[in-house]
Design a binder for this molecule. Structure first.
Ligand SMILES: [Fe+2]
Ligand SMILES: [Fe+2]
Length: 143
């Protein structure tokens, strides 16, 4: 049985997994649902974002198993808006939430003595920050 700190870390990683799954589904759905000229540039970008979130899902599943847990691949419903700007704003909110949550997970991993995991989570923060910056850039140029 995992100690209390490890248990908390596992709970956090499980909630990260649910959020990443939601993000991956949302990006994948959006990439297909964008119509018009915007689809030429934004659809491939969102498709690729979905693949990056899929990598995060695999990483989190492996980490949960390594700590003695069992990953649960369930998630909440994602937004099915057809409005492109609203889609991107939802994505930006989700990336900001990911960064805040992973910062929490870094602290928990540190408190548990999981130095390697802490470093990998910091890499995730860097990747989610890139996603956030890209979305901010697209939205800043909105006309
Ligand atoms: Fe992610
Ligand atoms: Fe992301």
């Amino acid at each position: 049985m995992a100690d209390r700190k490890t248990q908390k870390l596992l709970e956090g990683l499980q909630s990260d997994l649910e959020r990443e799954l939601k993000g991956m589904l949302q990006y994948t759905y959006q990439a297909s649902m964008i119509l018009g000229v915007g689809s030429l540039s934004i659809s491939p970008y969102l498709r690729q974002e979905g693949m990056e979130e899929l990598k995060h899902i695999g990483f989190l599943c492996d980490q949960i198993v390594a700590l003695g847990g069992t990953p649960k691949l369930t998630t909440q419903k994602f937004s099915e808006t057809r409005d492109l700007k609203t889609m991107l704003e939802n994505d930006l909110d989700a990336e900001r939430e990911s960064i805040l949550e992973y910062r929490e997970r870094v602290k928990q991993a540190d408190a548990t003595g999981e130095v390697g995991l802490k470093m990998r989570l910091e890499e995730l923060i860097a990747e989610e920050t890139d996603h956030m910056r890209q979305l901010e850039r697209i939205l800043r140029g909105w006309v």
